[in-house]
Design a protein around this ligand. Structure first.
Ligand SMILES: Cc1cc2nc3c(=O)[nH]c(=O)nc-3n(C[C@H](O)[C@H](O)[C@H](O)COP(=O)(O)OP(=O)(O)OC[C@H]3O[C@@H](n4cnc5c(N)ncnc54)[C@H](O)[C@@H]3O)c2cc1C
Length: 303
């Protein structure tokens, strides 16, 4: 489909009205006045995970025309709540699970949509060789505990250079380097993989340090969304408008040439075109992580 520019109207201020009225009085048609017409920007967002949906929702609230292209047949990305027919109250999170006390944006989003967060803080028991040890009955070695606390203090004084260096390490290797024994590392791997959804051999030491030193002592497993995380995904989708979210649309190619952006998506290789928005980048948007978020000028359309 070919992109079209769209406009939206707003009520002019008194000063604008008077200026426009004066302009109209000398013969210019009112409808073309810049004071009553404003271009509505359009945007293509790749990926309907929480990042993409949140970005789409914010742009939608700011009256942008948004199109979200999602490769899978469902929205939510790494967030997917499974419900049991046998017990509708029982929800199993197959991906992202916990909302941490420091996850300000998640908490604000839930509040915006009237979604309740349930306090879910707990301490961990450890079952080892068939023996269950309650919280307080198991611990890391004194050597590992001392090394961890020493690192905590050092980390708070880290500047950008040290943080970048830390980011080149995986969490396992870093802990080994500061003095964790193999047994401590195995325990840490067991404990921390529940936070990251993968072994600490795959997690950046910097990411892990921010998780444990810059957030709550409860390891960010503080709250759960009542009824499952997919509730937030669904609420965002409704707010954006389900018609604006196209599933089964893997984006294969994005080309920016001559002020035009062409996004090729879908199994039929349909083209989605937009004009690139030049300049005036609002720094608020740059805070959003999204697989791929493009802020376009008018003319975005689904092919
Ligand atoms: C098992 C597990 C447990 C976790 N536990 C927690 C937790 O407790 N707390 C927490 O905060 N986080 C947790 N996470 C992490 C959290 O789920 C993710 O950080 C978050 O969901 C990522 O959202 P996102 O939108 O950035 O990416 P994603 O959810 O990965 O969304 C990206 C979307 O883009 C789509 N996509 C990719 N490529 C294309 C393409 N070419 N064309 C079109 N679409 C495309 C994907 O299909 C996907 O839907 C966990 C993750 C896992 C896997």
């Amino acid at each position: 489909m070919v992109g079209t520019r769209s406009t939206e109207t707003r009520t002019p201020t008194r000063r604008e009205f008077l200026k426009t009225a004066g302009f109209a009085a000398i013969g210019a048609p009112l409808v073309f006045s810049p004071y009553v017409q404003r271009r509505a920007y359009s945007c293509i967002i790749v990926g309907a995970g929480l990042a993409g949906l949140t970005a789409a929702n914010i742009l939608k609230q700011a009256h942008w025309n948004v199109t979200v292209l999602e490769a899978r047949q469902r929205t939510g990305g790494r967030v997917f709540s499974f419900g049991f027919k046998e017990n509708p109250d029982l929800i199993c999170e197959l991906g992202g699970e916990w909302v941490g006390d420091s996850h300000e944006r998640m908490k604000a989003l839930c509040q915006d949509f009237g979604i309740t967060l349930r306090d879910h803080r707990f301490e961990a028991s450890l079952m080892r060789d068939g023996v269950v040890k309650r919280p307080g009955q198991w611990d890391f070695s004194p050597q590992a505990k001392t090394a961890f606390e020493k690192f905590r203090k050092t980390f708070h004084g880290y500047g950008t250079k040290e943080r970048l260096r830390l980011d080149r390490y995986d969490w396992w290797t870093w802990l080994e380097e500061i003095g964790f024994t193999e047994d401590d590392l195995l325990l840490r791997d067991l404990q921390d993989s529940t936070d990251f959804g993968e072994t600490i051999r795959m997690v950046s030491a910097y990411t892990a340090a921010t998780e444990y030193f810059e957030s709550s002592p409860a390891n960010e497993m503080d709250f759960k969304i009542e009824g499952g995380n997919s509730r937030l995904v669904n609420a965002l989708s409704v707010s954006i408008g389900n018609d604006s979210i196209l599933t089964g649309m893997p984006v294969a190619n994005i080309k920016q040439r001559g002020g035009k952006v062409t996004v090729t998506a879908g199994y039929a290789g349909g083209k989605h075109q937009a004009e690139r928005r030049q300049g005036n980048r609002d720094s608020r948007w740059q805070n959003f992580y999204c697989r791929c978020l493009y802020l376009y000028g008018a003319g975005t359309n689904a092919g």
